[in-house]
Design a protein around this ligand. Structure first.
Ligand code: PLP
Length: 425
């Protein structure tokens, strides 16, 4: 058994139980082996690591080898794998009631909605499950608001989106993606979207017509490679939307809930959108929980029977989501992401010119562009895997770094050292 990280000094501190777990991981896995997914549809191309256990910032594969997780399930695991407070909330709720459907009320939903609305400074929460469902919900709310409040003629409502966006995988959402892999062969496409360059507020202003119901943006484009728009962009979008009576919908599914060193990426510019789309970390890394959050003059347009989901807002989701919100209330998680991010920025920036061509970082979230002469992002990810570090590539040359926010500074140092060694070789 190889235990990666055993030679990393303080990087291993606090991960003792993960190392101890490793033995039983091998037993748990039975005949499982690395890299075999014969019966799994090929809609992903995973790195050859077969994870059996996880704790905090570390995962353990079926052979007992440990890896530092620098992806955190695309920021769904912001609080670390199996955070004890979240597991406790889930376990406690498992012993009470798990699923009621929204045909009835459950005693968990209102406390969750109230806490989340307060965190967002809004009145209402519409709970769903996956991120794509939150985006679809936001689109429906915007269209209904366009017809019922703004007075757009029937079936003419349009939504402005940004080039390079990633909002999920449903047929409507891929209709306004410009990523060929996400879109090709999945038509016919849903009409009603106008794509403008990301980061260019004037382009948004120019694209608005009387039929525009909303502008839908990621405040930082995650899948795009952690693309941070120019300073003042979000503020300007807010002003334009106010001037033109258009909703501003912020997709904070990946950027929100502590990742960027603030509760929301919009907070970096002191901007409040009309609708927040939330997901990923809202489920604490335990189960899918998403939500649309807004004020009643916007979100209140949805009437009984017009939208819903069997599992949306279920008692388990609400119990975990409430605990997630409580964990964000003190600001400690956000502060930790900010401090660790500043630390990570310094070490990553030292690699520029040494195999790295650019680094973009917001809080504890970095896009690192690899010099094409040294290999693709995927090749670098494979090399890092061999050294016990999990990252995910995107758009060819970029690797994304988004560790669980419980990671230690020394662990980050160790991971960046592994990247330096991979690039050197
Ligand atoms: C910004 C953003 N929106 C929406 C989604 C879709 O979320 P899900 O995969 O839970 O449907 C993602 C997923 O990566 C995302 O990053």
């Amino acid at each position: 058994m190889t235990t990666v990280g055993a030679s990393t000094g303080s990087a291993t501190q606090g991960t003792g139980s993960a190392a101890q777990d490793a033995g039983s991981a091998t037993q748990d896995a039975g005949s499982a082996t690395q890299g075999v997914e014969e019966h799994v549809a090929r809609n992903y191309n995973p790195l050859p690591v077969n994870i059996a256990r996880a704790e905090g910032a570390w995962v353990t594969d079926v052979e007992g080898k440990r890896y530092l997780d620098l992806l955190a399930a695309y920021s769904a695991v912001n609080f670390g794998h199996r955070h004890p407070a979240l597991v406790a909330a889930l376990t406690e709720q498992l012993g009470r009631v798990t699923l009621t459907s929204r045909a009835f009320m459950s005693d968990r939903l209102e406390p969750f909605a109230a806490a989340l609305a307060t965190l967002c400074g809004k009145d209402l929460v519409l709970p769903m499950n996956t991120g794509a469902e939150a985006v679809e919900t936001g689109i429906k709310v915007a269209r209904a608001w366009g017809y019922r409040v703004k007075g757009i003629a029937a079936d003419r409502a349009r939504i402005i989106v940004a080039a390079g966006n990633f909002h999920g995988r449903t047929t409507t959402i891929v209709s306004f993606s410009d990523d060929e892999q996400a879109r090709d062969d999945f038509g016919p496409y849903t009409p009603g979207f106008d794509v403008v360059p990301y980061g260019d507020a004037d382009a948004v202003a120019a694209a608005i017509t009387d039929d525009t119901a909303a502008v839908l943006l990621e405040p930082i484009q995650g899948e795009g490679g952690v693309i941070i728009p120019p300073d003042g962009y979000l503020r300007r979008i807010r002003e334009i939307c106010d001037e033109k009576n258009v909703l501003f919908i912020a997709d904070e599914i990946q950027s929100g809930l502590g990742r960027v060193g603030e509760t929301f990426a919009c907070d970096r510019e002191g901007v409040v959108p009309d609708l927040y789309l939330l997901g990923k970390a809202l489920g604490g890394g335990l189960l899918p929980v998403s939500a649309v959050v807004g004020d009643s003059d916007v979100l209140g347009v949805i009437r009984p029977g017009e939208h819903g989901s069997t599992f949306g807002g279920n008692p388990l989701a609400a119990a975990v989501g409430l605990r997630v919100v409580e964990m964000l209330e003190s600001g400690e998680v956000q502060e930790r992401a900010r401090a660790l991010g500043a630390h990570l920025a310094t070490s990553l920036e030292s690699l520029i010119g040494h195999g790295v061509t650019a680094v973009r970082i917001a809080g504890l979230w970095a896009g690192v562009d690899i010099d094409p002469a040294l290999g693709t992002g995927r090749e670098i990810a494979e090399k890092l895997l061999e050294r016990g570090v999990l990252v995910k590539d995107t758009h060819g040359q970029t690797i994304r770094i988004a560790p669980p926010i419980v990671v230690r500074a020394t662990e980050l140092d160790w991971a960046v050292e592994q990247l330096r060694l991979v690039l050197e070789r």
